[in-house]
Design a protein around this ligand. Structure first.
Ligand SMILES: Nc1ncnc2c1ncn2[C@@H]1O[C@H](COP(=O)(O)OP(=O)(O)O)[C@@H](O)[C@H]1O
Ligand SMILES: [Mg+2]
Length: 378
């Protein structure tokens, strides 16, 4: 059996960054460090198991991806199953395979065969587990308790001793849960009720013995406006700004607090967590940048997004010059910083964006080469 060696696990080192969930991340890092050091490995059990509770769109699934990247070295080493999507008689078949002779029995179960394909070294991610049928819980029970999954199609035992099991649930959404001890949180999970998608009735899905077998129960809190702002700025720089740089040769690495505030308002009440962020960035930045006229003038400078109150939309102002009040506009937004400090901040982001853009172009070139005649990748 391969031992996973990773003495120092920091989820923040993964390429996806989870913001504003420090307590949860700390708890997860400790649990993973315990098992990956080899100190807490138990025979006939998965490497680690987690139940992530909390509202939708606050980083639960993203954390599972970060774990895959850190422990198994690849963000794609995830077998993902959405328990919400399975309903009706025999719905567990999709997960663990239908019995021989039934339709689909030639390919087996999505979870079982997925784990097998990765040689057992992967994260098993079950999303919205509380909405799944009892049979899913029963199948997972063997995994948590004995370290294997049974594929019904091939009558095959698949070892999950090198897997990390992550289940997510929206059953508990109250921020107060973040203040509870782990034992209290488990008790809440046991007492929680979910709506059965088949009947619409309230049901308890988490049996005490099931919850008792999960290694770690971790609550993710809802995101504050401050966190949402950070995620938005981060997503903009990592994704939108890089796309704009590559496709339009335009460098706009930063935003004024006023522009950021406007965009965060558009994301809304936060009821959907951060899911609205990409849509807002597309609508208010990408659409806006496509409206811009003369490119030559634009391409020779570094820009900052600001918000024009009269027009009610975002505008680009130059980051380094005082023309159009660009730099000064920035400066006024950060009264606590000197002009030099503001300039330094912009330059740092500028460098970062420049490097990231070069990386992305290299990646696309490599991809283009790999797939041969595929044109128009960029
Ligand atoms: N705390 C967070 N920090 C950074 N990004 C986040 C955070 N929460 C959510 N996101 C982003 O929002 C999207 C949805 O998050 P996800 O992890 O799928 O939410 P859920 O809690 O419902 O599983 C992802 O693309 C992720 O990048
Ligand atoms: Mg999710």
């Amino acid at each position: 059996m391969n031992t996973v060696i990773a003495a120092d696990i920091h989820l923040s080192m993964a390429s996806t960054r989870i913001i504003g969930q420090d307590a949860a991340i700390h708890q997860i890092e400790r649990a993973i460090r315990r098992v990956t050091s080899g100190l807490a490995r138990r025979k006939n059990k998965p490497l680690a198991s987690f139940l992530f509770t909390g509202p939708s769109g606050v980083g639960k699934t993203e954390t599972a991806k970060a774990i895959a990247e850190l422990v198994y070295g690849d963000i794609r080493r995830i077998v993902r199953f959405n328990a919400n999507e399975v309903s009706g008689e025999g719905s567990q078949w999709r997960a663990f395979g239908p019995p021989p002779g039934y339709m689909g029995s030639d390919t087996g179960g999505q979870i079982t065969q997925g784990v097998k394909r990765f040689g057992g070294r992967c994260v098993i991610l079950i999303d919205e587990i509380e909405k799944g049928p009892q049979e899913i819980f029963d199948g997972l029970m063997a995994c948590l308790d004995e370290g294997y999954l049974q594929d019904a199609s091939f009558d095959e035992r698949i070892s999950t001793e090198d897997c990390i099991v992550v289940m997510t649930s929206n059953a508990l959404v109250d921020d107060e849960c973040a203040e509870l001890t782990e034992e209290e949180l488990r008790e809440r999970v046991v007492n929680s009720k979910a709506t059965d998608p088949r009947t619409g009735q309230k049901i308890s899905r988490f049996r005490r013995e099931f919850v008792g077998r999960i290694g770690n129960v971790v609550h993710f809190r809802s995101l504050s406006r401050e966190t949402l702002t950070q995620i938005l700025a981060d997503t903009y720089l990592r994704e939108t700004a890089v796309q704009i740089a590559i496709n339009l040769q335009l460098l706009a690495p930063d935003m004024t607090p006023k522009a950021l505030g406007f965009l965060v308002d558009q994301v809304g009440s936060g009821r959907f967590g951060v899911r609205g962020i990409s849509k807002v960035l597309d609508e208010y930045i990408l659409d806006r940048v496509l409206e811009l006229p003369e490119r030559e003038e634009i391409n020779s400078k570094c820009w900052v997004w600001d918000f024009d109150e009269e027009e009610g939309k975002l505008i680009l102002v130059p980051a380094f010059t005082t023309s159009h009040g660009g730099f000064l506009a920035m400066y006024r937004q950060y009264p606590q910083y000197s002009k030099e400090v503001v300039a330094q901040k912009v330059i740092q982001k500028y460098d970062w964006l420049f490097e990231k853009t070069k990386d992305e172009i290299r990646r696309r070139l490599a991809l283009k080469k790999a797939v041969g005649g595929l044109h128009r990748l960029y």
